[in-house]
Design a protein around this ligand. Structure first.
Ligand code: DAH
Length: 355
């Protein structure tokens, strides 16, 4: 066989090999076998010296042509393999344009925040400011300056979360029990902060989280939300208190819900009362939700005790005022007839998405 036959045979073998190649690795193997240092075309080129001189130019030309053809064929097959791979991928990852789109579900504000904002709006409409206060309080603001005697039961560690004293390293940590620092049990302490900072006339509300060591049940949560209110001005009477809170309850619950004022005791107000709203589940007849009474308590209120004015240096001869504390979870429960306050804490989207 002549060298030219060998060269043609190599080209044919390469073409055959390329036809059955399925990967880039196959192509590389074919290229090395033909054009590599020890490849068949290279080997033939090395034998060019043995070709009779008159045939050498033609043979050289043929060898170069074969090498160029093999090179081009490999490159062409490479492009083809890449195209096939792409087509396979497109087929396997095909988009089904008939499928429904994925909907983004925008969140909603938590019901308690909606109620809080609505209550703020009602009082802002009456000219009140919205104040803020600390969650971690001292006993002075949470109890003492609110006229709570030293032995008031709400001060006990059974009714108040006291803050643990983390002792410095090496020293034994101890719980202070009834320490000076606590998680506020009521927003009423903000009354004291505001009266320390501002001079009357004061018309303010302060919404915020409060904490109590209560076991959660249908009507109690260990962490809940109150809205404190305080008015201090000249000539403020119980009539102003009643008119304001009646207006609030009508705005919040509608005109078909009744209110009643029950005498009560709070250390920082005198006289004091609790305000109930008629039960929306049984319409006042009595049911499990209202414990058979037909009424649900939503707030405590009263006329500011002159002793509280004494702590903040406001003259009780010149000024009088009223205060109130509304339980916002209770308000939500009343508005939407929620049978269990725990629903507000569990984060169940089926419940929360309804508001
Ligand atoms: N702080 C009271 C509580 O948590 C609620 C309250 C009652 C607030 C009477 C007041 C008030 O401002 O005047 O039970």
């Amino acid at each position: 066989m002549s060298m030219s036959d060998d060269l043609k045979a190599i080209e044919e073998r390469v073409q055959e090999g390329l036809g059955s190649a399925t990967s880039l690795a196959d192509l590389e193997r074919i290229r090395v076998a033909a054009l590599g240092k020890k490849g068949s075309v290279t080997a033939l080129m090395h034998m060019m010296g043995k070709v009779p001189p008159e045939e050498r130019p033609a043979m050289g030309k043929l060898a170069n042509a074969v090498r160029a053809n093999v090179d081009a064929a490999i490159k062409e097959r490479k492009v083809q393999l890449a195209k096939e791979a792409l087509e396979r991928r497109i087929a396997s990852e095909a988009v089904d344009v008939t499928l429904p789109g994925r909907r983004l579900s925008p969140g909603t504000q938590h019901l308690i925040n909606q109620i809080r904002e609505e209550a703020e709006d009602i009082f802002c409409g009456l000219g009140y400011t919205v104040e803020d206060g600390p969650f971690v309080e001292t006993t002075y603001y949470n109890f003492t300056a609110l006229n709570a005697p030293e032995d008031h039961p709400s001060r006990s560690a059974k009714d108040t979360f006291y803050v643990v004293d983390n002792a410095p390293e090496g020293k034994e940590a101890h719980v202070l029990g009834e320490s000076d620092v606590l998680l506020r049990t009521q927003t009423s302490g903000v009354q004291v902060h505001v009266m320390e900072e501002k001079k009357p006339p004061i018309y303010m509300v302060c919404p915020g989280t409060v904490f109590r060591p209560d076991t959660p049940d249908a009507n109690h949560l260990p962490q809940f939300t109150q809205m404190e209110g305080l008015v201090v001005d000249e000539g403020i009477t119980f009539g102003d208190l009643k008119g304001t809170l009646d207006y609030f309850t009508r705005e919040m619950f509608g005109k078909d819900r009744a209110t009643r004022y029950r005498p009560h005791f709070f250390p920082f107000t005198e006289p004091s009362c609790e305000v109930d709203v008629s039960c929306g589940v049984c319409h006042g007849k009595g049911c499990r939700f209202c414990k058979g009474t037909g009424w649900l308590e939503i707030l405590g209120c009263g006329m500011v005790d002159p002793n509280v004015f004494g702590y903040v240096g406001i003259d009780p001869e010149k000024y009088s005022g009223f205060a109130f504390g509304i339980g916002l979870e209770r308000v939500a429960a009343l508005r939407y007839d929620l049978p269990d306050l725990r629903m507000l804490m569990t984060g169940d989207m089926r419940f929360l998405k309804q508001f």
